[in-house]
Design a protein around this ligand. Structure first.
Ligand SMILES: [Zn+2]
Length: 100
């Protein structure tokens, strides 16, 4: 599935998939699901979990500065608090549909 368009509308990320399906994800949900190593933790070769210090999130943490498409498979989000390490793969974004 390819992404045809994406933009921030209010406090939501609006995605348009090729084929015309639209999807909205709350920015707060997106930031809380940031897939980068410092937000999710990283397991080293010994199986130990490494996690960065819990960043203090503030209002700017849930606001988007820029969106970049990465290699046709992911979206990189530049948050206004300066965080941009997370790559949201299209798979991940599609999994963030409401389940009900
Ligand atoms: Zn992160």
């Amino acid at each position: 599935m390819q992404l045809a368009d994406l933009q921030v509308i209010g406090d939501q990320l609006a995605l348009k998939w090729q084929g015309g399906e639209e999807q909205f994800i709350a920015l707060e949900q997106l930031r809380n699901a940031c897939p980068c190593a410092s937000c999710c933790g990283e397991v080293d070769v010994m199986g130990r979990m490494h996690k960065g210090p819990d960043a203090t999130l503030n209002e700017a943490s849930y606001q988007v500065n820029q969106l970049h498409m990465v290699g046709g498979y992911a979206v990189q989000i530049f948050w206004k608090d300066g965080h941009s390490a997370g790559l949201y793969s299209f798979d991940l974004l599609q999994q963030m549909r409401p389940s009900n």
